[in-house]
Structure formats: structure tokens, C-alpha cells
Write a protein that binds this ligand. Structure first.
Ligand code: NAX
Length: 328
């Protein structure tokens, strides 16, 4: 029998945590034949609620779930972790400046990165969901110098999935007909969902849409502001869809992209496409055998270039701000 994979989830008592844990335990994160052990990391105020969630996980009698432990100490929470989902973060509250937000999150992601460095398994893979996700991933990575930098990733898969869904609606295609869509840049309102290389049932998506105004004025803002639209409608931020995207991100990273397709992941830049080396930016990637590679050689038109550059400029500003705060 297979050794269980240790999966650490931070923010386990939060709303994404609640939507995420049951799917991990039922085999959707890694595969229907992969047993898992869950390590839930919370802050002291979240421990009791996390225990309640653990009781419900017990009550599911999931065949693949081989254990649940709950911690409020990151050094214990990341012990032996093979996969870490960093969901818990400090949200922006009214009156908070960007610097305050970045330093509050530095106080979370720096110690968590250090704990991963000291205690996680050698094959650790990290996905940061908690916002500002790209820069939080950078902070954690900088605090983990012994872990290969490429193991720290940030989630733009929700944006990717949102873009596929919007494009399918517009063109009447089925979501499964849409391939090679790309989210570039930051998981923020500046992100750029790129359809110029995407295909709809084998045809170029931009040609099928044939409406640059719709792309600029409807599609891009709808995808980029979808999080705010969900809050407005639901009275709470995206939770089940965010959890689903986290599942997709890790599942694709571990199990590979389909032939002829790619996905979007926030990853440390190697300088491809003019994105400054080191910042954690979203790229088109293929995955195989637990590793990802940036799709190379795509022709970037003017429309795309301006938008990629704007989002990357925001990431550079965030990097400079956390560097200024001594977090890198
Ligand atoms: P909740 O506020 O429901 O839950 C957050 C949980 O994290 C709480 O239980 C809290 O006690 C815990 N927590 C706080 N600090 C912690 C620490 N240092 N260690 C461990 N746990 C800690 O938020 P939720 O709706 O679950 O969202 C979580 C994060 O995901 C937020 O930062 C949110 O902005 C971000 N999102 C990111 C998305 C993405 O696409 N990258 C989309 C969805 C979501 O908005």
C-alpha cells in the first residue's frame, strides 16, 4: 500500500478551508488512489472551529484519509509536508494602506516559509492562495532558501477557470472545447486573461470572438473583477470556486497537463517574456512528472504586451515594497 501524502492546509477553519478539505480527503487533490494525511494549521482563535471541521471529516469515513492533526504552530504544521496549501492570510480591512497589508502578511508568510524550510519533506510543493497571493508566495520563498525556488507557486487558476467559463458563454462553446488560455501577471485586478493563443474547438479563440472591443471592455474586466462581483452577490468572497481552483492547480502540477493544452500558474519568473526574473507572475505552463515548464515562443501582440507589462509592473512594485520592509 502507498505511503500517505502529507498535505498541510493553513486557514483550515476559514471558508475556503471548509470547501477544500473534504475534496482533498476524497481524493480530488492528488488522485483517487492516493491516501492522504491532513495537517491543519490555524491561529489559536481558529483551533476550535478547525476541530469541528476535523470531526466532520471523520464523519465522512473517507477511505483515503489516513489521519488529521491540527496545529497552531507552523513548525509542527509543516512537519513532513509534501504539499502545502497556504490559504490563511490577513485580508485588507477598511483604511488599511498597501504597506500595512504587505507587512501584516509578511508576519504570516515569512515564518511559514521558514517553517517549511526547516520541517517540510524534500519534495514539498507549495501553493499560496491567501492574498496578495503572488507576493505572499515570494515572501515565503525568500524565507526558505534550502527549498528549490520553483516549488513556491501562487494561484491564478481561479482566474483561468473564470476566463474559460466567460469565453464559453460568449461563443456558445463547451468549456471542454477551450484550450490554451493564459492568465498573465498578478492575481489582482491588473491580471491579463489572454485569448490570442487560446483555441475553441481547434480554432483560434480571438478569431472566433472577432471583437476586440468585447475583449477589452467586457471580457477582461469581467474576469478581473469577478471576485468583487461574487462578494456583491453572495455577501461573502469566492470559497467553493477558489477551493476548486486550488484542487485543480495542485492536481495539474502533480498529474500533468493534457497533450496540446496548458494551464496558468503563478511561478517564479526565469525572465521569459520580459518578466523580470524572480518575481512570482502567472505564465502559461505545461506540467509533467510533477514539474512545470513555461510555454515558450508565443508571439505577444501589442494588445497583450501592454497588459502583461502593466500587471508585471504592479508585481515589481509589490516586490520592491516588501523588500523595503525587510521581508525579502
Ligand atoms: P477566511 O477569513 O474565511 O479564512 C481565513 C482563515 O485563515 C481563518 O480561519 C483564519 O483564522 C486563518 N488564518 C489567519 N492567519 C493565519 C495563520 N497565520 N496561520 C494559519 N491560519 C491563519 O478567508 P477565506 O475566504 O477562506 O480566504 C482565504 C484567503 O484566500 C484570503 O486571503 C483571500 O483573499 C484569498 N483568496 C484568494 C483567491 C485566489 O484566487 N488566489 C481567490 C479566493 C480568495 O479571495
Amino acid at each position: 500500500t502507498r505511503t500517505p501524502v502529507n498535505v498541510t492546509v493553513t486557514g483550515a477553519a476559514g471558508q475556503i478551508g471548509y470547501a477544500l478539505l473534504f475534496r482533498i480527503a476524497s481524493g480530488h487533490l492528488l488522485g483517487a488512489d492516493v491516501p492522504v494525511k491532513l495537517r491543519l494549521l490555524e491561529i489559536p482563535q481558529g483551533m476550535k472551529a478547525a476541530e469541528g471541521t476535523a470531526m466532520e471529516l471523520d464523519d465522512c469515513a473517507f477511505p483515503l484519509l489516513k489521519g488529521i492533526d491540527i496545529f497552531d504552530d507552523p513548525n509542527k504544521g509543516f512537519e513532513g509536508a509534501n504539499v502545502a496549501l497556504l490559504v490563511g492570510a490577513r485580508p485588507r480591512t477598511a483604511g488599511m494602506e498597501r504597506g500595512d497589508l504587505l507587512s501584516a502578511n509578511g508576519g504570516i508568510f515569512k515564518p511559514q516559509g521558514a517553517a517549511i524550510n526547516a520541517h517540510a519533506a524534500d519534495d514539498i510543493k507549495v501553493l499560496v492562495v491567501g492574498n496578495p497571493a503572488n507576493t505572499n508566495a515570494l515572501i515565503a520563498q525568500a524565507a526558505a532558501p534550502d527549498v528549490p525556488a520553483e516549488r513556491f507557486t501562487a494561484m491564478t487558476r481561479l482566474d483561468h477557470n473564470r476566463a474559460i467559463s466567460q469565453l464559453a458563454k460568449k461563443t456558445g462553446a463547451d468549456v471542454t472545447d477551450i484550450k490554451r488560455l493564459t492568465i498573465w501577471g498578478n492575481h489582482s485586478a491588473t491580471q491579463y486573461p489572454d485569448v490570442f493563443h487560446a483555441e475553441i474547438a481547434g480554432k483560434n479563440a480571438a478569431e472566433v470572438v472577432n471583437d476586440e472591443l468585447w475583449l477589452a471592455d467586457t471580457f477582461i474586466p469581467t474576469v478581473a473583477k469577478r471576485g468583487a462581483a461574487i462578494i456583491d452577490a453572495r455577501g461573502a468572497s469566492s470559497a467553493a470556486s477558489a477551493a476548486n481552483a486550488a484542487i485543480d492547480h495542485v492536481h495539474t502540477w502533480v498529474n500533468g497537463t493534457a497533450a496540446g493544452d496548458w494551464t496558468s500558474m503563478g511561478i517564479p519568473s526565469d525572465g521569459s517574456y520580459g518578466v523580470p526574473e524572480g518575481i512570482i507572475s502567472s505564465f502559461p505552463v505545461t506540467t509533467k512528472d510533477g514539474k512545470y515548464e513555461i510555454v515558450q515562443g508565443l508571439d505577444i501582440n501589442e494588445f497583450s504586451r501592454a497588459r502583461i507589462d502593466a500587471s508585471v509592473a504592479e508585481l515589481v512594485e509589490e516586490r520592491d515594497a516588501v523588500r523595503e520592509l525587510g521581508l525579502l
